[in-house]
Write a protein that binds this ligand. Structure first.
Ligand code: M6R
Length: 608
């Protein structure tokens, strides 16, 4: 969703802010803008479309000499993507400029009060309402920091905001409430941003602002206070371990491709420090103090929920834990949450900021449940609000389409199933050692097969890219992968795709099959193969064309049999997943789509 950058230092600030916004492009946006103070006035430049449009505009203006500035990439919520709705927004008296990520829920009420006081509005945004509310508060409260806090205390909803005042050209203010905002602490310069890559070339020292906190920063100082009463907050500065390289394409055509090819390393990193030296025990110290759940409710959105659906199989079969998987946007509004004794909630989120998942976590906690978080982003809201958190250690995922994050989530779910199975005494050390051996062999299997898979994906993409619809079929643990394959295809290539449990086809969807409606069937060499084969034959009987993702030696008469290495049991999913990802990637790239930033999508969905 929207990206925010604020900077105060010794460098040309507007250029730096635009450059930093580029590193937040992955979040998804449809317009962009910057603000700084020049000769006592706030200068705002905004453009619809990509940052290149803004850069073109800035190149026609006199170069800015400001060393403090802020910028924004907007993902439309209130009002269409248009210059008038792009941020920064100015207050009526042009003394204040504001950028904002999130939604002010009571903005209409505030807007009506301000209209009655004679304010005018030039955009459809809640942000313009908030900046004018700050102006109004400033009339009563001469200290702008206090006026800012006063206005924020009147606003309800989720926000991360950055404010500049024309009378303090070397200062920026920022605040957060349920939307990400991180302070970057440099030498002679300070930053604020929606995500760390924005300022990573300049500093690795960060302060994770908490909900309800605000900061006043200059080039040489920063102070964090509580929005509620402006009391001082003692913050701790943390050092980020990963570097800029991890957030760059490193020679790949797209971030997505790079992230798919990173999966062997992701598997290794996710296991790092979590397997005993004897390789027959799983170490998850984050879970040691918690009881083994009697039942588990997994709550997540999108790809993370598919990882949860996949993990259910292992948690049930290896650890004997009954699992239900819920979509966060539904779960958070359920009238009744029924918890059985010993039940635990596991929320899964790559970003750790997904609004629906965060709300579900809070609801479950309010109802007395113990909540575990499975997150990639260290220090994210979900990571901080869960009772305990497991990090997937996948490194920054920049492409909007989630790939390596799902792989790492699956790995942690596998480890959790083994760990709990051992704690319950139902998984022997010998059996655990077998699983560990299989897991340890995965990186090499993938390293040796990803390039071939990529070639096959390319070839098949050219053959099938003109299809208007696609079915993805799978049974057992492969059903969740079919859902994920379909999600990837639709979000990247805009081809309509549905994932189905193979056996469910005959209960309605099969009516859609004809020679123009291909099916991507996951037909692994496992116990369910005869059943999946029957479903494939049913599709073919309706003239449907079939790509089958299968193993060597499987006897299948289909249009395209895509042979992948055979891995026994549910761990086969680690080989199926990149094949599905590569196929969608190649179809989208062949069709000329914006692979890393598909239309209408945002990486971190911080609105509900
Ligand atoms: O950051 P999260 O894992 O909470 O994000 C959940 C979904 O928004 C995300 O997985 C989304 O479905 C991706 N675009 C899928 O590629």
């Amino acid at each position: 969703m929207c990206g925010i950058v604020g900077y105060s230092g010794h460098r040309p600030a507007v250029a730096l802010v635009v450059e930093a916004l580029h590193r937040l492009e992955y979040r998804g946006y449809d317009s962009a803008g910057v603000a700084c103070v020049q000769q006592g006035s706030l200068c705002v430049s905004k453009a619809q479309g990509k940052l290149t449009q803004l850069e073109q505009l800035l190149s026609q203006e006199a170069p800015s000499t400001a060393t403090t500035a802020m910028g924004h990439t907007r993902w439309a919520t209130h009002g269409a993507p248009a210059v008038r709705n792009a941020h920064p927004h100015l207050s009526n008296d042009k003394s204040l400029a504001l950028v904002h990520n999130g939604i002010i829920e009571n903005y209409l009420e505030i807007k009506n009060e301000l209209l009655a006081k004679g304010y005018s509005f030039y955009s459809d945004t809640d942000t313009e309402v908030l900046v004018n509310l700050i102006q109004e508060c400033h009339k009563q409260e001469p200290d702008i920091e206090k006026a800012f806090a006063m206005a924020l205390n009147k606003a309800h909803g989720a926000y991360a905001v950055c404010l500049m005042d024309k009378d303090q050209p070397d200062v920026f203010y920022a605040a957060r409430m349920s939307a990400p905002l991180i302070l970057g602490v440099g030498t002679g310069e300070n930053f604020v941003a929606s995500d760390i890559p924005a300022f990573l070339p300049y500093t690795r020292k960060v302060v994770f602002l908490e909900d309800g906190e605000m900061v006043r920063a200059t080039s040489s100082s920063y102070e964090v206070r509580k929005i509620a009463d402006l009391s001082h907050v003692d913050v701790s500065v943390q050092t980020i371990e990963w570097d800029v390289q991890a957030a760059q394409k490193s020679g790949y055509r797209h971030f997505m491709l790079k992230e798919i090819f990173e999966q062997p390393k992701v598997i290794q990193d996710a296991m790092s420090g979590r397997i005993s030296a004897s390789k027959d025990e799983i170490l998850l110290p984050e879970l040691d103090a918690l009881p083994v759940p009697g039942r588990l409710t997994i709550v997540a959105c999108g790809t993370s929920s598919h990882a949860g659906l996949w993990g259910r199989h292992l948690l049930e079969s290896v650890a004997g834990i009954g699992v239900q998987v819920e979509i966060a946007s539904e779960y958070r509004y359920k009238e009744t949450l029924i918890f059985q004794p010993g039940e635990m909630v596991l929320v899964i989120s790559q970003s750790g900021e997904t609004a629906d998942t965060l709300a579900a976590l809070r609801r479950a906690r309010e109802c007395g449940a113990t909540v575990l978080g499975l997150c990639n982003v260290v220090g994210s809201s979900i990571a901080r609000e869960a009772h305990s958190v497991l990090y997937t250690q996948a490194g920054p995922e920049i492409s909007v389409a989630s790939t390596k994050a799902m792989c790492s989530q699956m790995l942690l779910l596998t480890l959790m199933a083994l760990y709990w199975g051992q704690r319950k005494g139902i998984l022997s050390s010998e059996k655990c050692a077998e699983y560990v051996q299989s897991l340890l062999s995965l990186p090499e299997i993938l390293e040796n097969s990803l390039h071939d898979m990529h070639d096959t994906a390319k070839r098949l993409a050219r053959k099938y890219a003109q299809a208007k619809n696609f079915f993805y079929l799978g049974r057992g643990h492969c059903f969740s992968l079919a859902l994920e394959g379909a999600l990837k295809l639709k979000e990247l290539s805009y081809i309509h795709a549905e994932g189905y449990a193979s056996g469910e086809m005959k209960h309605g969807p099969i009516a859609l099959i004809d020679s123009s409606f291909p099916t991507f069937a996951i037909c692994l060499n496992d116990a369910l193969l005869p059943k999946v084969k029957s479903n494939v034959v049913e599709v073919q009987a309706r003239q449907g064309h079939v790509i089958a993702l299968t193993n060597k030696g499987v006897d299948l008469a289909v249009d395209d049999a895509w042979i992948i290495p055979e891995v026994p049991g549910v761990l086969a999913a680690y080989v199926v997943l990149p094949a599905l990802q590569l196929f969608s990637y190649e179809v989208a790239d062949y069709l000329g789509k914006d692979v890393d930033q598909p239309r209408n999508l945002a990486k971190s969905v911080t609105v509900e």
